[in-house]
Design a protein around this ligand. Structure first.
Ligand code: RP5
Length: 167
């Protein structure tokens, strides 16, 4: 558990400790942008009651987005979304057997009625889910908006100031 001092605005959850290698990229982005967040292992099939409790309490605790990473038959994001109106951002973790295609399809193919915003498989998806959560918060949290703008400006400058790939 790595919680920031302020009340968390974003919850990062994952189906297993083994997902942390991927999901740490979401936490790192939120940390860099100054977004208060919490991190938990919540498994749809190993700890279903915890999943329900987490979803039921999310809005009341002030969470404004939940980034949920899972691999294989990845039920976690969809089940969370079914139990809370807090937006769920799904990150397909790259599985060993099917390289994450199983994770991607089981997260993205939600039937109409309960949406899960789905990101790329693996590290890029985790990082982008965090950036997306920050963008969602930016209108109401100007400090987060400023951090996001600064990050994007630096990213642009880094390319422009080093655009010769041979050096
Ligand atoms: C899913 O099963 C987790 O999200 C993880 O990606 C996958 C494998 O879990 P472990 O067997 O490594 O705990 O529930």
């Amino acid at each position: 558990m790595t919680d920031t001092a302020q009340a968390p605005l974003v919850g990062i959850v994952m189906g297993s400790r083994s997902d942390w290698e991927t999901m740490q990229h979401a936490a790192a982005r939120l940390e860099a942008l100054g977004v208060p967040h919490e991190v938990r292992v919540v498994s749809a099939h190993r700890t279903p009651d915890v999943l329900f409790e987490y979803a039921a309490g999310a809005a009341g605790r002030g969470l404004r987005a939940i980034i949920a990473g899972a691999g294989g038959a990845a039920h976690l994001p969809g089940m969370l979304a079914a139990k809370t109106q807090v937006p769920v951002l799904g990150v397909p973790v790259q599985s060993r057997a099917l390289n994450g295609m199983d994770s991607l399809l089981s997260i993205v193919q939600m039937p109409a009625g309960i949406p899960v915003a789905t990101f790329a498989i693996g590290n890029a998806g985790a990082a982008n889910a965090a950036l997306f959560a920050a963008a969602m918060l930016a209108a109401d949290h100007h400090d987060i908006g400023a951090s996001l703008a600064a990050f994007r400006a630096k990213q642009t400058d880094d390319v422009a100031s080093n655009d010769d790939p041979r050096t």
